[in-house]
Write a protein that binds this ligand. Structure first.
Ligand code: ARG
Length: 578
């Protein structure tokens, strides 16, 4: 939306300084809005122009700024030009600002908005594989898996909305000794009925019991080893039990992810890469990268001059490890999906693991390894439900829904509605997401339900509330046709502030695409909600003259569309009523 104005100003600069317009584009940005204070709309950074070699670095920067500002002439688009500190401020003609920004929202407020901006041209598009969530069968689904799920979903949504083909992959922990234990334990503690009734719960229970048993009973451990060996040899009985555990788990997860608004194109897993592992080992051997240690393990030496860095690839009994399967998996994905870029989302404790993975891939001659990225995130402390520690994703979702439903019943603002449970669930989940996305992802935070679900302040409830309020305003005024509107009726500062803020939408998405951090987009949306609250108070629709009402409705429906669009990218399903 801002690109029309950026382009116009760049053209003006290009003409004045006899340079190509393009060189000015990176130095132009929308001015952040301050409540109630009048600001310029766009600004040109002189330091960026100096850094990029467009302006000479010699000479005092402020004098240079003022000199350039004086050279520039106003016109029908740019109403005012002034020098700030090392920036030149541009004020756009008010009517044109409203007209251009609200242009895309002519028909139907819930139409998908087209995200196109010249800014996005420099971003690479292609196939992006995003791997996220990746829980382990029969083990706990902890807060880290929830974070991976919502962050990965955000990254996938963002990439998709910027024109990439996205493959969403879940890489299950579906192989390893835990299945030996589970297989051995199932004959002792398992029940097919309970498995059908409540699969995740039952598998987890069996797993806990057999682990305890194995601690004091040598035979259980032997049975577990025996079962896993059978699995590795693809014994048909062992495999069919394993397959049943896996199928049931995937089926359950699918349902829970659906509640969360998350889906996957592929449910892959560690089990898929047993043959690939053999291939990896022989390739490493052929390339002379594999060394055998005194202890009998096989390792790749990644040591740099100052630091030793040894990565174990095979245990002394010849079995593979987590990283071995990851090497095989990466190569397999590249062959299958021809991704241009691959993104792994896990907590930061795995940073070293992924560094090693990328280094080994590189050493094996896979140059695409430099297009593999790890997005790390920090720890969440204290995520508990009323019944105790979180074990399953479902627990968290149920708790969020129950608490939200309770709050909604208490609140005077809540409207009567038929699907209160569903709304409570959607709002509860947005609250979790917003809490998680506010800061830098690498940061740790302490989880507190009360804080998360507050209706005031910068929460998911506030985002949803603002969206629902805008929808209600649109419903109540459906007799007003905002398909045509006269922008000269939008002169109040609270309306202008929204328009100015909307100028930043493409910049914010661009920024998020650069560092894959959701905070830029989230904070943009929260600010939009605050501005909307003021505008809502100050710009009544009902009772205003028709043309004023029309123009305001156009403003509010544009705001609603951008809000909904941004929320969806974050992975939040906007509610129309609450
Ligand atoms: N299942 C692993 C865990 O729970 C996460 C898998 C991450 N992805 C990967 N390709 N290693 O810690």
């Amino acid at each position: 939306m801002a690109c029309f104005f950026r382009r116009r100003i760049a053209a003006k600069l290009g003409k004045t300084l006899q340079q190509s317009d393009d060189v000015f584009m990176p130095a132009l940005s929308a001015v952040p809005v301050f409540n109630k204070q009048e600001t310029a709309d766009l600004r040109l950074s002189i330091s960026v122009l100096r850094t990029n070699g467009v302006l000479p670095v010699s000479g005092e920067i402020q004098a240079q700024t003022e000199h350039l500002a004086n050279q520039l002439k106003r016109d029908s688009v740019v109403e005012d030009i002034s020098a700030g500190s090392a920036v030149i401020n541009f004020k756009i003609d008010r009517k044109l600002l409203a007209k251009k920004i609200l242009e895309p929202f002519g028909t139907g407020h819930h139409g998908k908005i087209e995200l196109n901006s010249e800014l996005f041209n420099s971003l690479k598009t292609g196939t992006t594989l995003v791997e996220y969530s990746s829980p382990n069968i029969a083990k706990k689904f902890h807060a880290g898996h929830l974070r991976s799920t919502i962050i990965g979903n955000f990254i996938a949504n963002l990439k998709e909305s910027l024109g990439n083909k996205v493959i969403r992959m879940n890489y299950l922990g579906d192989w390893g000794m835990q299945f030996g234990l589970l297989g051995a334990g199932f004959s002792q503690f398992g029940s097919q009925e309970q498995l059908k009734e409540n699969p995740l719960q039952h598998l987890f229970e069996v797993y806990v019991k057999v682990n305890k048993e194995a601690e004091c009973n040598e035979d259980t451990m032997l049975a577990a080893r025996d079962f896993f060996r059978k699995l590795e040899q693809h014994d048909s009985q062992a495999m069919s039990l394993w397959q049943q555990f896996r199928d049931i788990t995937v089926c359950e997860y699918r349902h829970v992810y659906e509640r969360l608004g998350v889906h996957f194109d592929v449910y892959s897993g560690e089990s898929f890469h047993q043959e690939g592992v053999q291939e990896v080992v022989s390739q490493l051997q052929n390339k002379g990268l594999l060394k055998t240690t005194k202890m009998g393990t096989s390792v790749v030496d990644l040591s740099a001059e100052d630091q030793s860095n040894i990565c174990t690839i095979l245990r002394s009994d010849g079995t593979s490890l987590y990283i071995t399967r990851d090497i095989a998996a990466a190569i397999d994905r590249r062959e299958k999906y021809h991704f241009d870029e691959m993104i792994y989302v896990t907590d930061k404790s795995q940073t070293h693991h992924f560094q090693q993975l990328f280094q080994i891939l590189q050493a094996m001659g896979h140059s695409w390894a430099d297009r593999c990225h790890h997005v790390p995130f920090g720890l969440v402390r204290g995520m508990k439900t009323r019944s105790g520690e979180v074990v399953f994703l479902e627990d968290i979702l149920n708790e969020a829904r129950a608490r939200m439903l309770h709050n909604m019943k208490q609140s005077k603002m809540t409207k009567e509605m038929d699907n209160a449970e569903d709304t409570a669930q959607k709002v509860g989940i947005s609250a979790l997401i917003v809490q998680d996305f506010k800061g830098p992802l690498q940061g740790d935070y302490k989880f507190a339900w009360d804080k998360v679900l507050q209706a005031q302040g910068d929460t998911g409830v506030f985002l949803q509330y603002t969206h629902a309020r805008l929808c209600s305003l649109i419903r109540k005024n459906d007799d007003i046709d905002a398909a045509t509107f006269d922008p000269s009726f939008l002169t109040e500062q609270s309306g202008i502030s929204i328009l100015q803020h909307l100028l930043r939408y493409d910049e914010v998405l661009y920024q998020s695409a650069q560092d894959l951090q959701p905070k830029h987009l989230l904070n943009f949306l929260l600010k939009l909600c605050h501005l909307t609250a003021s505008a809502h108070r100050e710009l009544p629709v009902k009772g205003s003259p028709q043309q004023v009402a029309q123009a305001r409705m156009r403003l509010f429906s544009g705001t609603c569309s951008v809000l909904a669009s941004g929320m969806k990218i974050l992975g939040i399903i906007p509610v129309d009523k609450m």
